[in-house]
Design a protein around this ligand. Structure first.
Ligand code: C2E
Ligand code: MG
Ligand code: MG
Length: 241
């Protein structure tokens, strides 16, 4: 795993039109294979359980980035870390995470954990207990790729979470022939009624941003703001946005 590193994709707060956080995205470069996309190596790492040590490496690197941001005076910026269900269900997940946070002197409020809806196939209650513990310490939880999998809006009500990340497929529809047919606006409204904030994923066009503003969506992420960036470029972006 010598070739593992992270890139950071900015998340823009639509209320202030400023970058408020970053999603940490894993990258793998090997001499033999070149760049391997996460959609290829993450599933393999999950099957082989290698995701456990890999996940900790990713978490530590993200916290190093946070601590650099803090030293530069960007204390209010958060980092969102993707976690696989097998990581979460490990008995020591919460304790290890809290220990790392203490050791690195990170504000737990500047960490968000993203989990995909598919976790709920594994058992709703176990996951909710873990999410509750994390949230008690100030760590936020986001459901990633919302709308593609198991947890319907009606079930979203029973979740102990803070944020719904609306899947790119619902954002793409906003520029299609019939933007009003997309239920994206309804997802935002119901999320707000449930007390969750929303992040629109994969926003590529100004037109989509404008519709999302109209719907009252809280945050956006996508190529319109920036592609995933190396650490230095991410910090440089903060100086301008
Ligand atoms: P995700 O968490 O939903 O991440 C968003 C993906 O959408 C990223 O792909 C990002 O590069 C891409 N993206 C962002 N904006 C746009 C846009 O405007 N247009 C388009 N077409 N794509 C956009 P990436 O980096 O290839 O990651 C794919 C998936 O791999 C992630 O989806 C996540 O599920 C998984 N993944 C990445 N890093 C990690 C990690 O550290 N741990 C775990 N468990 N999974 C990870
Ligand atoms: Mg994600
Ligand atoms: Mg996503």
């Amino acid at each position: 795993d010598g070739g593992l590193y992270l890139q950071y994709q900015p998340i823009l707060d639509l209320r202030t039109n400023r970058v408020c956080g970053f999603e940490a995205l894993a990258r793998l470069k090997s001499e033999k294979l070149g760049a391997v996309p996460p959609l290829e190596f993450i599933p393999i790492a999950e099957k082989t359980k290698l995701i456990i040590p890999l996940g900790w490496k990713i978490t530590r690197q993200s916290q190093c980035f946070l601590s650099k941001l803090k030293s530069l005076g960007y204390e209010e910026i958060y980092v969102s870390i993707n976690a696989s269900v097998i990581q979460l269900l490990k008995n020591d997940f919460v304790d290890n995470l809290l220990e790392m946070i203490r050791e690195m002197q990170i504000n737990p409020k500047s960490i968000c954990i993203e989990i995909t809806e598919s976790v709920f196939a594994a058992g709703y209650d176990d996951i909710n207990i873990i999410m509750n513990r994390l949230r008690k310490y100030g760590i936020s939880i986001a459901i990633d790729d919302f709308g593609t999998g198991y947890s319907s809006l009606s079930r979203a009500r029973d979740l102990s979470i803070d944020c719904l990340k609306i899947d790119k497929s619902f954002i793409d529809k906003l520029t299609n022939v019939c933007p009003d047919c997309a239920i994206t606006g309804e997802i935002v409204s119901i999320a707000h009624k449930l007390g969750y904030y929303t992040v629109a994923e994969g926003v590529e066009y100004e037109e989509q941003k404008q519709v999302l503003l109209e719907y009252g969506c809280d945050k956006i992420q996508g190529y319109l703001v920036a592609k995933p960036l190396d650490e230095e470029a991410a910090i440089r972006l903060l100086e301008t946005k």
